[in-house]
Write a protein that binds this ligand. Structure first.
Ligand code: PEP
Ligand code: MG
Length: 592
């Protein structure tokens, strides 16, 4: 029987397909005793799980070799060798035969014993193998329990991924060819997982209460894989859709595609109002490979390069050379245009496990963004990045602008700028740079904390430009976690407090002769475009899929209309009223 669940629409698009329940929590292993006459069967069960695990690892190794590279595939080679290790298997067998333990408990105990021995060796290579032993034992146990581990990075068939939550590091490694859609129980529409889904063009829904257990039960009570239909435009998820529902979704998908095709005609046209005001429309990107598609989609530059995405989905940080290449790729793709590169914004929901940053109880209020970059022992990360960026600037035919995230006040901005100057001096001293480059690089900040918003006039004295980060500005202004689906009702970017803060930032920046753009998710919402236009914003930067829709609004709104809307919005007392005013305007716009 089909039934419907609801979540928050996070990335446009419609999808139907088989559901892959992704549960990264390790299997729960319970100890039970077996009878002596069950020993042979228990050993045979372990053998079957070992063979299934080997098959799986061989497949993974080959896929990773083909798609990623030899070095990464070597991890799976090491796993195979460990699985073939007779000592490990013998220990597990002894536990079954002599201890009369169930295979899961025997395998887990044997793995713990081996991992302990390796961890105590002084050689770091062997210490690292202890983690591999746990990895393979988890795989074998998951086969013993009949729930093989879901692999997100190495999918071979198209699926809709359903999970309690997904980390940006899970999402960053996805291959969009095999991911039809994403549905999660947790997370908000401005979580970085949702942002990545939009960037990859994968329809997504977040905050779907009780999703995981409901799908798990459906999967268990059914003999076949559960099918899902999801609509990323309205947040509905139909489980086990019947043919009528499937037909409705296919129709919705066609309409969605037709609308996108119609908007394509705007791709090469400028974003200019009927009375001649020009607004730059730029792209938010996270990888160097996003640059060419952004040009293709009609972006006039990059308004936000989230460089921390280069650090996700891997086991060590990219070195100076690798970063230099990535930055050059993006700059080269935008010859003659502006590329705003944001320096590392690690922290919050973008944790990078291999950096071993101590856990914090409030990561969004903790060592994040510029705070982490300027703190020891993490300055080496910042140094490497700035070196790579300044080197890229020397060769660039695009205009490189550097932007610091999470700046609170002038003291922080000065420290970051001093760090830049010091790094440039070092590079010149080493003759790595032939000429000083900072004089050609504009240095600005994200305005995403209430502190920076209130201090716009002061920061304008030393920041060349501003870009408003509405995702964090809304979270910090409203004290509502952008990741928390239960607060979705509170976390409203159209809240009057956020809208007034935005108005203050843009007006003050313009009064001080500073360029001001926006790169938070609001910049890609066509309803917000009219308001931002009326305030005199210089640039809007967004996921490329939103470019045409925003351009359409700009091309059909006069400045007089936009200023009228600004006044009405700033007089409104609720988010709902503001949303109503903006939606009404966009829906009733005269489109030729
Ligand atoms: C923002 O906060 O609006 C922003 C663009 O930065 P991020 O989403 O990466 O935190
Ligand atoms: Mg931010």
């Amino acid at each position: 029987m089909p039934f419907t669940l609801h979540g928050i629409a996070a990335a446009h698009g419609v999808a139907t397909g088989p559901c892959l329940l992704y549960d990264p929590t390790p299997p729960v292993i319970t100890q039970s005793h077996i009878l002596p006459d069950m020993v042979q069967e228990e050993k045979a069960r372990l053998q079957r799980a070992l063979e299934a695990s080997m098959q799986e690892i061989i497949q993974l190794r080959d896929l990773v070799y083909e798609r990623v590279g030899k070095e990464e595939a070597a991890i799976f080679e090491a796993h195979l060798l460990l699985l073939e290790d007779e000592a490990l298997l013998d220990t597990a067998h002894i536990r079954i035969e002599e201890g009369l333990m169930n295979a899961e408990w025997a395998m887990s105990g044997a793995a713990d014993e081996f991992a302990q021995i390796l961890a105590e060796l002084s050689d770091s290579y062997f210490q690292a193998r202890a983690a591999d032993i746990h990895d393979i034992s988890t795989r074998v146990i998951s086969h013993l329990q009949g729930r093989p581990l879901a692999q997100l990075r190495h999918l071979t068939d198209p699926v809709i991924i359903a999970a309690r939550d997904l980390l940006p590091s899970d999402t960053a490694g996805l291959n969009p060819t095999f991911v039809l859609g994403l549905v999660t129980e947790q997370g908000g529409p401005t979580s970085h997982t949702a942002i990545l889904a939009r960037q990859m063009g994968i329809p997504a829904i977040v905050g779907a209460t009780n999703l995981f257990n409901t799908l798990y039960d459906a999967q268990v009570s059914d003999t076949h894989v559960v099918q899902i239909a999801l609509d990323g435009n309205d947040g509905s998820i139909v489980v086990d859709p019947d043919s009528e529902t499937l037909a409705q979704y296919a129709h919705a998908l066609r309409l969605y595609q037709q609308q996108r095709e119609r908007l394509q005609s705007l791709r090469t046209l400028p974003a200019v109002t009927p009375d001649g005001l020009h607004v730059e429309l730029a792209a938010n990107i996270g990888r160097s490979r996003d640059a060419a598609p952004a040009v293709e989609a009609g972006a006039n530059g990059v308004g936000l390069f989230r460089t921390e995405f280069l650090f996700l989905d891997r086991s060590n940080p990219p070195d100076e050379e690798e970063q230099f290449t990535a930055y050059c790729t993006v700059l080269n793709a935008f010859t003659g245009k502006t590329v705003i590169v944001r320096t590392l914004d690690i922290g919050g929901d973008k944790s990078i496990p291999y950096l071993q940053i101590p856990q914090e109880s409030n990561p969004f209020l903790g060592l994040r963004g510029i705070r982490l970059c300027l703190a020891e022992p993490y300055q080496y990360l910042f140094r490497t990045q700035i070196r790579a960026l300044l080197r890229a600037a020397e060769h660039s035919k695009a205009s490189l602008w550097l932007m610091f995230p999470m700046i609170d006040d002038l003291r922080e901005l000065r420290r970051a700028k001093a760090f830049l100057a010091e790094t440039e001096a070092q590079l010149l001293h080493e003759a790595v740079l032939q000429h000083a480059v900072l004089s050609q690089v504009r240095v600005g900040i994200m305005v995403e904390t209430p502190a920076a918003a209130l201090l716009t006039d002061i920061l304008a004295k030393e920041a060349d430009f501003f870009s408003i980060g509405t995702n964090d500005l809304a979270q910090y202004t409203l004290a509502s976690d952008r990741m928390n689906a239960t607060l979705a009702d509170l976390h409203k970017p159209f809240h009057p407090a956020v809208m007034r803060s935005i108005a203050h930032i843009i007006t003050t920046a313009r009064q001080h002769g500073r360029w001001v753009g926006m790169c938070g998710e609001m910049a890609g919402d066509p309803r917000a475009s009219v308001f931002l236009l009326g305030l005199g914003i210089n640039e809007l930067s967004m996921e490329v899929s939103a470019l045409n829709e925003v351009k359409q609004v700009i091309r059909h709104t006069t400045m007089a209309q936009a200023k009228g809307i600004v006044q009405r919005v700033l007089e409104s007392d609720t988010a709902e009223h503001i949303e109503e005013i903006l939606s009404w305007f966009v829906q009733n716009m005269q489109i030729d």
